[in-house]
Design a protein around this ligand. Sequence first.
Ligand SMILES: NC(=O)c1ccc[n+]([C@@H]2O[C@H](COP(=O)([O-])OP(=O)(O)OC[C@H]3O[C@@H](n4cnc5c(N)ncnc54)[C@H](OP(=O)(O)O)[C@@H]3O)[C@@H](O)[C@H]2O)c1
Length: 340
Amino acid sequence: MTTTKNSSVIFSSRPDGFPIPGEHLQVTNDATINLDSVPLHGGLLVKTIALSVDPYYRILMDRTYKLGEPIFGHIVGRVIRSELEGYNPGDYIYTEEAPFQEYAVVTRGASQLRRIEKDAATWVQYLGVLGMVTRTAWIGYYALAKAKKGETILVSTAAGGVGSAVAQIAKEQGLKVIGSAGSDEKVKYLKEELGLDAAFNYKTEDLEAVLKREGPIDIYWDHVGGKTLETVIGNMNPVGRVIICGVIEQYNSKDNTGFGVKNFSLIHSRELTVAGFWVNPLEKREGDFGFFKEMPKLVREGKIKIREEVRHGLDTVPQFLLDIQKGKNVGKAVVIVADE
Ligand SMILES: NC(=O)c1ccc[n+]([C@@H]2O[C@H](COP(=O)([O-])OP(=O)(O)OC[C@H]3O[C@@H](n4cnc5c(N)ncnc54)[C@H](OP(=O)(O)O)[C@@H]3O)[C@@H](O)[C@H]2O)c1
C-alpha cells in the first residue's frame, strides 16, 4: 500500500469578480491518496508533471467547477496505473480535463486525452505552442477567417498565447497584421520579435485613431468584447469577418450583463459575418485542419513561437489565474508541478 500526500487546488467559493487566491481557490496540502487502490473506474492514475493555467477557467468558476473539489484543466503527466486500453504505466499523456492535484485520476473520455512522446517536445511546449492555445488559433483561423492575401486583420490581446499564434499564422499567409496589447513591453515584442505590421497599447492609444490610421479591417480576431468590439465594427470593410474567440472584459465583471454593442446595424449594412466558437466543438464539426501534423513542423522551423511564463508548484496556481485575468502574464501560463 502506497499512501502519499496529494496536494490539490480546491475551488472554495464562487467569485463575483476577480478570483482571489486563498478565498476562491485554496491549495490544500493535507490530503493523501493510496496509489495502489484508488478506484480508476476504467481511467488512469497519473502523476501530474505540468499544468496549464487558462483564462477560461474563470468561466468554469461561474458554472462548472464544484465547490470543495479540485478545479480541473490541462495537464501533462505520467501514467502510474491504467484501466484504459492503449495506455500503460510509464506512458506520458496530455489531457484538457484532469483535476489539479499531484496525483490525478483521469477519466476515460477526458477531453483531448492522448499519449505524448517524452522527447518530441518539452512539457511546457505540449501545454503551450503544441497545446490548446495554438490549436484554437489554427482551427479558428482556418475554419472561420476565410482570409485572403493582402487583407488586414486586427488581433486583440495579440501578445498572449492564442493572439500571438493567430498573428503569426496570418503574417505567414500574407495578411497585414495589427495587434493590440496592454503594455509597451508587449507592443515592442509584437513589433520587434513577431514582426507585426502595426501594434499598439490599447491602454494608452485611442483605438479609433489607430483604426483610422491602419484600417479599415477585414478580419477582427476578438478576445475582448465590449466597447473594443463596437469600435472595431465601426471600422470594418464590407464583407468583413468578426471572430469572437473570447470576451475577457466580461469574465470578471460583477453583474455579467456586459456592454451593449450599439452599432449592430452595420453587421447588416456591411454584410459582416460574426462567428463565435469554442475550439473543441469546432474541431469536432470541422476537423483539425492538419494541426497535429503541421504545428510541430512549424515550431521546429521557428515559424510559430509563443512566449511562455513558467512558475513552479501547485501553490502558484491561484495567483497565476488572477494574474492572467489582469494581463500580468507575459505569455502562455504553465506551472511545473513535479519531476517526472
Ligand atoms: N474559443 C476558444 O475555444 C478559446 C480557447 C482558448 C482561449 N480562448 C480565449 O482566448 C483569449 C486569450 O487566451 P490566452 O490563453 O491566449 O490568454 P492570454 O492572452 O495569454 O492572457 C489573457 C490576456 O488578456 C488580456 N486582458 C485581460 N483583461 C483584458 C481586458 N479587460 N481588455 C483587454 N485585454 C485584456 C491580457 O493581456 P493584455 O496585457 O494585452 O491586456 C492578458 O494577458 C481568452 O479570452 C480566452 O478565454 C478561447
